[in-house]
Design a binder for this molecule. Structure first.
Ligand code: KIV
Length: 298
């Protein structure tokens, strides 16, 4: 049974989290915490809270850029957000999510794009979606010295092929296939695998059979850790909320209340108050008024 680490008061100065730390957690039966972030303030927020891993997820396409799905986001858009997160988050392990078509076309292109996440995006590792069919690409990226996190199950970049956002691995054949995907990714050199949208007992069965840690999203408690999309758990995205999301805050609600109060205070004249203004001495003001009067008299 894994124990939850006490993370309520993370040290002010944390040591940088490495993939070795993440793998050691599985060995010691300690749970891994992971959350997405997309810019400087969210990177700083998540880092300061003491989370182990930040994923600059391609979910930013939907929750930050307002696209319909994750397919449209480009390498350049991802790298722009990665750099901002890296400026704010100094301790978390930083995972850059490879966007659709950045690793499917050819192995050399996949290795080059993975390298850009480290060189231009200041990420520590990359994540990509897919199982057995991606093992060769994973091996090539790992051989180039870039750690890879796999991602199987409900893989949003291929929702057209999966027939929509549907739970995966519900039959014996589909479950076996996902287990084979996980084993192939481990064999190819992934340091960890995200399991998304699969039955909890399948996720536990896969997790028990891997040496590398799994991080679940909609995959139950039997994984080695959990990840959520920051905007979902903070209540900053309301287009839809999957069953597996727990809302820990209502940022939209709190933000709307604050903005309405600001509007009201402008309209009723109570903002800005005396504490928000810069002043000048009476002498300077009197001199200024006479200078203006003199100028206007000419
Ligand atoms: O892009 C993302 O946020 C993800 C998580 C859902 C794991 O891939």
């Amino acid at each position: 049974m894994k124990e939850a680490r006490n993370v309520s008061t993370p040290p002010a100065e944390r040591k940088k989290v490495t993939i070795t730390d993440i793998q050691a957690k599985k060995e010691k039966g300690r749970l891994i915490t992971m959350l997405t972030a997309y810019d400087y303030p969210t990177g700083m927020l998540v880092d300061r809270a003491g989370i182990d891993i930040i994923l600059v997820g391609d979910s930013l396409a939907m929750v930050v850029l307002g696209y319909e799905n994750t397919v449209s986001v480009t390498m350049d858009e991802m790298l722009h957000h990665c750099r901002a997160v890296a400026r704010g988050a100094k301790s978390c392990l930083l995972v850059g999510d490879m966007p659709f078509m950045s690793y499917q076309v050819s192995i050399p292109q996949a290795v080059e794009n993975a390298g850009r996440f480290l060189k231009e995006g200041n990420m520590d590792v990359v994540k990509l979606e897919g199982g057995q069919e991606r093992a060769e690409v994973v091996r090539a990226i790992v051989d180039a010295g870039i750690p890879v996190q796999g991602h199987i199950g409900l893989t949003p970049q291929t929702i057209s092929k999966l027939g929509g956002f549907r739970v995966q691995g519900k039959s014996v054949d589909a479950g076996l296939n996902l287990l084979d995907d996980a084993l192939a990714l481990e064999e190819a050199g992934c340091f960890s695998i995200v399991l998304e949208g699969i039955p909890d007992r399948l996720a536990a069965l896969i997790t028990e059979r891997l040496r590398i840690p799994t991080v679940g999203i909609g995959a139950g408690k039997g994984c080695d850790g959990q990840v959520l999309v920051l905007h979902d758990m903070l209540g900053m995205f309301d287009r839809f909320t999957p069953k597996f999301v727990k809302k820990y805050a209502d940022f939209f609600g709190a933000g709307t209340t604050a903005i309405r109060q600001y509007m009201d205070e402008i309209l009723e004249g109570s903002f800005p108050g005396p504490e928000h203004v810069y002043t000048m001495t009476d002498e300077v003001y009197a001199a200024l008024r006479s200078a203006v009067a003199e100028r206007e008299a000419k």
